[in-house]
Design a protein around this ligand. Structure first.
Ligand SMILES: [Cu+2]
Length: 130
């Protein structure tokens, strides 16, 4: 994947056009490991799939507004191998996400670790999905 600005913009355009769940890509072309996020919120949607699983959480920002963030995980198979099961993420659950925000600056990030309200931590399995 080209690392040029044009390449990044093109990929971002494809992401918008196809919806986040459709795209497969070079991790660092889309996400910035130097732009970490640490967000806590309530799960609103979970989409298991390949090449990526996605989930969404409502997060209250500093103005008190609710923002719906989208998070990319590895594929279903990679997650299951890393200790996830189909019930690991449920709508309505309170979770904390550590990850890398997308370079385009939207409310989209790749997950490094996910901590459930039970205290259990799960890996995003992104490294294995490229
Ligand atoms: Cu991908």
């Amino acid at each position: 994947m080209r690392a040029s600005l044009l390449g990044t913009l093109t990929i971002a355009g494809l992401l918008v056009a196809a919806g986040p769940g459709q795209a497969h890509h070079s991790f660092t072309a889309i996400f910035d490991p130097e732009d970490p996020i640490d967000l806590t919120g309530t799960v609103t949607k979970v989409e298991w799939g390949n090449p990526h699983t996605w989930f969404y959480i409502d997060v209250e920002n500093e103005n008190g507004d609710i923002e719906n963030w989208a998070f990319e995980l590895g594929s279903s198979n990679h997650l299951l191998r890393r200790g996830w099961n189909r019930n690991s993420l449920q709508v309505g659950q309170l979770v904390t996400v550590l990850g890398s925000r997308e370079r385009a600056g939207g409310l989209i990030a790749a997950v490094r670790t996910l901590t459930l309200s039970t205290g259990e931590s799960l890996f995003g399995a992104q490294d294995e999905s490229q």
